[in-house]
Ligand binder design. Sequence first.
Ligand code: FE2
Length: 226
Amino acid sequence: MNGYYLGQFGMPTKTGCILPINSNRMADALQPLGRTKFGNQANIGNVLSKEEALQLLTEWVPNEKLQLHMKQVAALMKAWALKRENLPEEDAHNWWIAGLLHDADWEKFPEEHCRVIIEELEKRNIDPSIIQCIASHGPRHFGVEPHSATDKMIYMFDELSGFIHAAALVRPTKYEGMDVKSVMKKLKTPAFAAQVSREDINDALGRISTPLEDIIEFIIEEQKSN
Ligand SMILES: [Fe+2]
């Protein structure tokens, strides 16, 4: 639709993103950002409000499936910050913004993803941790290593949340009654949602101390209720 290929089951692909036609070639064409420092330390604490972030999302991302993917990652990031990192609401808001905007430039500027949204947030003097997080959501593509917990979890959630959503879409009861075992089995089935990079999922998993089963269960529970 609209010249875009949504991947099997209409799910987003490439590091969890929606991909234009000939997706593999586009993913390969993503350019490293060529730098590893983002934003300005003087802007710590300067964030977009929820309304401002959602406005940017709707202006930059007309495609509703891509919007859904970004909202799902945002909700996971916020829930993880609150429930697993025990962070206060204002810190969890930063996690939410990074999740919500990580693919903001993908639809309109696929070949410059994620350079355009990074430069936009730098222009708006946004907290560097948010920009750093967005820059590190695909180390294989962007050449930026995830360092903080925020960076590592966006990388972890990006592919896996889209994969689990695809798995839910093919079930008659969607998320209801979905179990971890069935997702694990689908991950080991290369033909299922083949565009989702198992390599990235395993790489992300190797950077955190939480077992894959736990992450999958967390995603199922959160996405079921959102
Ligand atoms: Fe994504």
